[in-house]
Design a protein around this ligand. Structure first.
Ligand code: ASP
Length: 280
């Protein structure tokens, strides 16, 4: 059983050393709780719980604590992919809910599995997800000071369970200060992908992640026989010509854990039941 999570990028302008420590502590705490949960739950159930816990921590840019868009509203995106069934589900630009990842989870039960904006919100209300305002005063201050400042702090998780099943989940409040209607990579297969060989969750500039098809490429390369580190190396090499800004975490079916970022530094942490490997 293996677990890796990420909390997006470290941005000098929005993260001081106290916040950095707090984020590391939070990652460790979530890893510990979710690893215990993985003992008797599936990879799919575990990635949803891990991302929900990350969404509930206002330090990260997902769920509560999400960035505000340029019209003053918060719109969030989240997705899940079950490596066994290959089902992908997600919500794009949803407003006024507490945990977008739980709505993505609910959508796995339906034929129409990716919903946007109003449709996603209507679906959430129909399924009894209550109204919730994810805004915190710090984001409003940043917004008012027009600090777009690449506040990258998306969250994600990949898990490998005891039956060898892999799942990936990703959730974001977006880049910050974007044009309403902008689509994040986080609820696409470029930002979140899993099959029976590999699961990947990304963070960074969504447009670059989509151009580089990052999560899907890494997982497909591993499926086609690449070692996980080589699959990352080739995919990140392909970001260079356009200076793509991306980071990704992954686990393959042998339990190899890997992460890489194009620009320092990404918050991530993994746990194999014995040792933590947490970004410092
Ligand atoms: N990838 C996210 C987006 O572009 C942002 C992030 O990872 O922080 O919406």
């Amino acid at each position: 059983m293996k677990l890796i999570i990420h909390g997006g990028f470290f941005s000098e302008s929005s993260t001081n050393s106290t916040t950095k420590l707090a984020k590391q502590e939070s990652l460790k705490n979530i890893l510990t709780q979710c690893y215990a949960y993985l003992q008797n739950h599936t990879a799919l159930e575990t990635v949803v719980l891990a991302v929900e816990m990350l969404e509930n921590d206002p330090l990260f840019n997902a769920g509560i604590g999400s960035q505000i868009q340029n019209d003053g509203k918060i719109r969030m995106s989240a997705s899940i992919m079950d490596g066994e069934t290959k089902k992908f589900s997600g919500v794009i630009n949803i407003e006024d809910v507490e945990n977008p990842i739980r709505i993505a989870e609910k959508l796995l039960e339906f034929d129409d599995r990716v919903l946007g904006a109003e449709g996603a919100l209507n679906f959430a209300r129909e399924h009894h997800f209550p109204k919730f305002n994810p805004e915190i005063p710090q984001r409003r201050e940043e917004y008012e000071a027009k600090v777009a400042a690449l506040g990258l702090g998306t969250v994600g998780c990949v898990a490998l369970d005891q039956n060898g099943k892999i799942a990936a989940a990703t959730s974001t409040g977006g880049k910050g200060f974007e044009i309403p209607g902008r689509i994040s990579d986080s609820a696409t297969i470029a930002g979140n992908f899993a099959n029976e060989f590999c699961g990947v969750s990304c963070t960074g500039v969504g447009e670059d992640i989509v151009s580089g098809a990052v999560a899907a490429k890494i997982a497909i390369r591993v499926s086609d026989g690449f070692e996980i580190d080589k699959a990352f190396a080739k995919t990140f090499e392909e970001l260079k010509p356009f200076d793509g800004f991306a980071g990704a975490i992954a686990i393959d079916k042998q339990g190899n854990i890997f992460h890489q970022d194009s620009h320092p530094s990404m918050f991530y942490g993994s746990f194999d039941g014995k040792e933590f490997d947490v970004f410092d």
